[in-house]
Design a protein around this ligand. Structure first.
Ligand code: IMP
Length: 429
C-alpha cells in the first residue's frame, strides 16, 4: 500500500507542485493535509498554468481523486472559485473526484479580519502573514470554538452558527485600533449558499484514504508551506499555524503511523522566503535580483498567493539536514536548477559558526538563527542552459558536482531534478 508524502524542505515555495505533478501521474489519490489558501501551487501543463491554493495540485491529472484532509482550514468562497477556474480549463471536478473532510475547519471573513487586525497590532513585530485568516482559524480550532465542515450539513443551524461567530468576531474587532465591523447577516447567508454547493463533496476522508490503502491504491500527500514554517519545528514565531512537516500528513489525513513508505523532500536549488523571520544565507542587491527574477515570468520569485517579492539566498545545508531529520525524508527532489546557469560561482552553506564554535547541526532548533554566521563552500558555476537537458549524464560537470555535494551534505539521493517550469523539463535518476 504505497503512501508517499511530498514535503517542502525549506520555507515553502520549493516547487512542490512541480514534483507532485510528476508523481501524481502514477497516483490514484492526491491529498492536501494541512494549511489553507495561504499555499499557492503553480502547475504548468502545455499552454495552461494552474494556480492552486486549496485543491491538491495533482487533481489536474483527470484520473486522480483529490482529498482535502481534516487538518486543513478551508475558505469555501476561495475553494468554489478555484473549482470554477479549474473546470473552465477543461478539468472535471465531480463529487466522485473531490472529497472534503467533515472534520476540516472553515475560514470566514471573521478570521481574515482578525488576521489583518492582529498583524496591524503587532507593528514592527509583524509576522508577515498572507492575511488569509489562517492563524485565527487554527486558534479557533485549538480553543474548540471553530467551525467544522460537517456543520454545513445542517443548513439552518449552520447559518445561525456563522452569524453568532461573526457577531463574536465583531466584538473582538472593537478592541483593535482600526475598528472594523462585518455584516453577520450577509456572511451567514453567503455561507449557507456555499454549504448548499459543497455538501455533496463532504466525506469521511480518513476512512476513504484507509480503505484505498487497503485496496492497494497509491496515495500522494501534498505538503503545503515548508518545514521551516512548521508551528513546532519552524523559525517560531515566524511560522504558519499548522504542521506542514511529513508527520502532519498522518494527523491531517487521519492515517496511522506506519502507513507512509516514502517521504520526498523538495528543495529549491537556492533558498527563498516570504514574510518576516531569520534567513542566514539571505542575499541582497544584484545577486538577489539575479536569483529572484523580475516578475515577468510565472516562475520568478514572487508569491503565488500575495505577489510579494520573495527574499532569496544561497542553499543552506544546515537547515536542510534539520529538515531531513524532522520529516524523515527518504530522498530529495531539487527544483529550479536552470536558474543557476550563468553564475560564475555558487555558494552552499555547509555549517554555522559562532565565535570559534562550528556546528554541523542546529544546536538549539531554528527559532533564533541570528546568532550564527553561515560557513560557505564555493562551488564553480556553469554557463550552459540546462533547461532542455533530460538526463543526468548530459548535465555540465559543475551542475553534477553541485547536486552531488547536496547529496553528500544531506546523506540522501537526489532522484528528481527540475530544470524548467514545464512538465517535461525534468531529469529522473
Ligand atoms: P500565514 O500562514 O498566512 O499565517 O503566514 C505565516 C508565515 O508563513 C508568513 O511568513 C507567510 O509568508 C508564510 N507562508 C504561509 N504560507 C506560505 C506558502 O505557501 N509559501 C511560503 N510562505 C508561506
Amino acid at each position: 500500500m504505497p503512501f508517499s508524502i511530498v514535503v517542502g524542505a525549506q520555507w515553502g515555495d520549493e516547487g512542490k507542485g512541480r514534483v507532485v505533478d510528476l508523481l501524481a501521474a502514477e497516483a490514484d489519490i492526491v491529498a492536501r493535509y494541512y494549511g489553507g489558501d495561504n499555499a499557492g501551487h503553480t502547475v504548468t501543463v502545455g499552454d495552461k498554468t494552474f494556480k492552486l491554493h486549496l485543491l491538491p495540485s495533482g487533481v489536474v491529472h483527470p484520473h486522480t481523486i483529490g482529498l482535502l484532509g481534516n487538518g486543513m482550514v478551508i475558505n469555501p468562497a476561495i475553494l468554489l472559485n478555484e473549482m470554477d477556474q479549474v473546470r473552465q480549463s477543461g478539468v472535471s471536478l465531480t463529487t466522485d473526484r473531490i472529497k472534503i473532510s467533515h472534520a476540516a475547519h472553515l475560514i470566514t471573513p471573521g478570521h481574515i479580519a482578525l488576521d489583518t487586525a492582529l498583524e496591524q497590532a503587532r507593528g514592527r513585530q509583524k509576522i508577515g502573514t498572507t492575511k488569509r485568516g489562517i492563524g485565527p482559524a487554527y486558534t479557533a480550532k485549538v480553543t474548540r470554538s471553530g467551525l467544522r465542515v460537517e456543520q454545513m450539513l445542517i443548513p439552518e443551524k449552520f447559518e445561525a452558527v456563522v452569524k453568532n461567530h461573526i457577531n463574536q468576531v465583531n466584538s473582538q474587532l472593537g478592541g483593535f485600533e482600526e475598528q472594523m465591523s462585518l455584516d453577520a447577516e450577509k456572511i451567514a447567508q453567503d455561507y449557507r449558499g456555499y454549504a448548499d454547493v459543497l455538501a455533496p463533496y463532504i466525506a469521511e476522508v480518513g476512512l476513504f484514504a484507509y480503505q484505498a490503502l487497503e485496496q492497494g491504491k497509491f496515495i500522494l500527500a501534498e505538503g503545503a508551506q515548508g518545514t521551516l514554517l512548521d508551528l513546532d519545528h519552524g523559525t517560531y514565531p515566524y511560522v504558519t499555524s499548522s504542521t506542514p512537516t511529513a508527520p502532519g500528513a498522518l494527523v491531517g489525513l487521519g492515517l496511522g503511523i506506519g502507513t507512509a513508505n516514502r517521504v520526498i523532500g523538495v528543495v529549491k536549488a537556492f533558498q527563498t522566503r516570504v514574510g518576516e523571520g531569520p534567513f542566514p544565507t539571505e542575499l541582497s542587491g544584484d545577486a538577489a535580483v539575479r536569483l529572484r527574477g523580475t516578475g515577468e515570468n510565472d516562475w520568478d520569485e514572487f508569491g503565488t498567493t500575495t505577489g510579494r517579492p520573495r527574499r532569496v539566498g544561497w542553499l543552506d545545508a544546515v537547515l536542510l539536514r534539520y529538515a531531513v531529520r524532522v520529516n524523515g525524508i527518504s530522498e530529495l527532489a531539487i527544483t529550479k536548477l536552470d536558474i543557476l546557469s550563468g553564475l560564475d560561482s555558487l555558494k552552499i552553506c555547509t555549517n554555522y559558526q559562532t565565535g570559534d564554535e562550528v556546528y554541523d547541526n542546529l544546536p538549539w532548533g531554528p527559532a533564533d538563527l541570528s546568532q550564527y554566521q553561515p560557513v560557505y563552500e564555493d562551488i564553480p558555476g556553469w554557463e550552459e542552459d540546462v533547461s532542455s537537458i533530460r538526463s543526468w549524464n548530459e548535465l555540465p560537470d559543475q551542475a553534477q558536482a553541485y547536486i552531488t555535494r547536496v547529496e553528500e551534505l544531506t546523506g540522501l539521493p537526489v532522484n528528481i531534478i527540475s530544470v524548467g517550469p514545464e512538465r517535461s523539463q525534468v531529469i529522473i535518476r
